[in-house]
Design a binder for this molecule. Structure first.
Ligand SMILES: [Cu+2]
Length: 366
């Protein structure tokens, strides 16, 4: 009898929790209402089955409770019941899966006038590329990736010269027009996910994946990585800014083209060395793992780092000076500090960029 009451409380509580809980979907900011609809259908089917099975258990526990004079009936086969259950389950599974197939077909059928944006994932940051005035993205090759060409564009491809490269932590989009997101990974599996857009897709090394959506709300949304990609995964974030066309164009014009980047006029041109270093630390994703305030992180904090004696993994000590910092940025595992895992990806930076980053490190070290 206790079990009957517990089950009824469980059923009523679960249904109430579903309707009263504050943890529900974030307000949608794209055209993908259909994705919400499929979620709702799945919820309804699963919810119905959950309630039905639990009510059946309540009924069975009560009806067939122990009585001294009652004997169980032996019924090894019930064809009619089996048919019913099979048909019922089939309908439920189809109701859950079929709508998803229709939505998926739409999800990868990109409108012809969609704007192209490429998101490039790497441990543990996002960068973005726009096709520029010609509307065509230049070809890329992993072998081209180096400090002055972090996107790996083919320098001989005329289509790539006007490509706009965004190293900062934001991707901007104009409201109201379809966007085709092209996804490329430099290292391992990642997943591009903006909860308010309802859209997500894996980035698979060696492949270019894609999906499309139309942003329908002005605002700033978190871009998350939704595929465990290493120890800095939780901090692999970026921001999607949806704005009016004019604001978008104004922002886009402040970002460097590939030609400017190759000429060395596009990167961190303005500001003091320390300011350039601060920009780099943000763009390169350093602060995802290194705190500035002494807090514990995946890597050593930068507060009070310069001039400190660090104990290395082999028990020896090293003075953290400019040479050590530069070596550790370019070749992180050469002299690994004790109690830290060998997980920092080597940074590809020019000598000027290294100087800027070290200048910034010294300034925040205090
Ligand atoms: Cu990731």
């Amino acid at each position: 009898m206790v079990l009957v009451i517990v089950l009824i409380v469980l059923i009523v509580g679960s249904v109430l929790f579903h309707f009263l809980s504050p943890w529900y979907l974030t307000p949608i900011a794209s055209n993908w209402d259909m994705i919400d609809d499929t979620l709702t259908i799945t919820f309804i089917v699963c919810g119905f089955v959950f309630v039905a099975i639990n009510l059946f258990m309540v009924y069975a526990i009560y009806k067939y409770r122990y009585r001294k004079d009652r004997r169980a009936e032996y019924e090894p086969e019930n064809k009619k019941l089996e048919w019913w259950l099979t048909a019922f389950t089939t309908v439920g599974v189809i109701a859950m899966l079929a709508p998803g197939l229709f939505v998926w077909a739409k999800y990868v059928e990109v409108p012809e006038d969609a704007m192209l944006v490429e998101a490039v994932g790497q441990q543990w940051r996002w960068t973005y590329r726009y096709p520029g005035a010609d509307g065509v993205l230049g070809t890329v090759d992993t072998r081209n990736i180096n400090a002055t060409n972090p996107f790996g564009l083919n320098p001989d491809d005329p289509n790539g010269q006007d490509d706009i490269l965004v190293s900062g932590p934001e991707v901007h989009l104009p409201i109201g027009g379809p966007v085709k997101m092209l996804l490329r990974s430099k290292d391992v599996l990642h997943d591009f996910y903006v909860p308010q857009i309802r859209a997500k897709m894996d980035l698979v090394p060696g492949m270019i994946t894609y999906f499309w959506f139309t942003p329908t709300k002005v605002g700033e949304f978190d871009v998350l990585c939704a595929e465990l990609c290493g120890s800095g995964h939780y901090n692999m974030r970026s921001r999607m800014v949806v704005e009016e066309e004019a604001d978008f164009q104004a922002w886009l014009s402040t970002q460097p083209t590939f030609a400017q980047m190759l000429a060395g006029t596009g990167t961190a041109s303005g500001g003091t060395l320390v300011e350039q270093g601060e920009q780099l630390a943000r763009d390169q994703g350093c602060i995802a793992c290194h705190s500035l305030d002494g807090g514990a992180g995946v890597g050593p904090t930068w507060k009070g780092l310069v001039g400190k004696n660090e104990i290395l993994i082999d028990g020896s000590t090293v003075l953290v000076d400019e040479d050590y910092l530069k070596e550790s940025i370019v070749n992180p595992n050469a002299k690994l500090v004790k109690d830290y895992a060998p997980i920092m990806p080597p940074a590809q930076l020019t000598d000027d960029q290294l100087d800027a980053l070290v200048a910034y490190l010294k300034s925040v070290s205090g």
